[in-house]
Unconditional design. Structure first.
Length: 87
């Protein structure tokens, strides 16, 4: 029996690499990402570093319908490029 896992923020650098590693270890991986334009460009394209065998779901982590009936979740969602300034 294959293990299924959902990676939130899965098109981001860390989430994608975790997804790729889980895939190598026999997991069925779904990647959920909002594909924010400030990170993925206006075209909101799938990143090249995300293995093509991983299902990419473009959506919001706050959408309960997407998260329904998920066995395992690795949560890497973050707000990148939010304009946080450090002084």
């Amino acid at each position: 029996m294959r293990k299924h896992v959902l990676i939130t923020g899965g098109a981001g650098l860390i989430g994608a690499h975790v997804s790729n590693e889980l895939l190598k270890h026999g997991y069925t991986v779904r990647s959920l990402d909002a594909l924010a334009p400030q990170v993925h460009g206006a075209e909101r394209r799938r990143p090249e570093y995300l293995d093509p065998a991983i299902e990419l779901i473009a959506g919001d982590v706050r959408d309960a319908a997407i998260l329904d009936r998920i066995e395992r979740i690795c949560h890497f969602t973050a707000l990148a490029g939010a304009g946080v300034h450090h002084e």
